[in-house]
Design a protein around this ligand. Structure first.
Ligand SMILES: [Cu+2]
Length: 121
């Protein structure tokens, strides 16, 4: 029982750390919209870790235009179907969904690692 509580506390702390990771970056964009509309940002990166119990994917991602710089951080993946699509080591593109303080990632697409990814024009 004690270990379960410890684990839960640890998970809460970890979640808190994850959320503070990008809060400052996202806050700067806001103020304009009083009602938090759903924003979508394209993401490109690599899956570095998966936490199936929390449905959090640690993603090393490139800079996300208008949202945050390149970094490695944990992102909640709300849709179980999306979470099951990805594995550690996958190169992916995805969409970051942001609404107010809520943020999660979905729309995962695997990218071939051979550099065969479609070039941006
Ligand atoms: Cu971040």
């Amino acid at each position: 029982m004690r270990t379960a509580i410890l684990y839960f506390t640890t998970a809460l702390l970890a979640a808190g750390l994850l959320l503070t990771g990008c809060s400052s970056a996202s806050k700067t964009e806001e103020k304009a919209a009083s009602k938090p509309a759903m924003q979508e940002y394209p993401m490109k990166g690599e899956i570095k870790g998966l936490d199936p119990s929390q449905h959090v994917a640690t993603i090393k991602h490139e800079a996300i235009d208008g949202f945050m710089g390149a970094m490695t951080m944990g992102y909640p993946v709300k849709d179980p179907a999306e979470f099951s699509k990805i594995a550690v080591g996958d190169a992916i593109t995805a969409t970051v969904y942001v609404s107010g303080d809520d943020m999660y990632v979905g729309n995962f697409q695997k990218v071939p690692k051979d550099g065969a990814a479609p070039a941006k024009k």
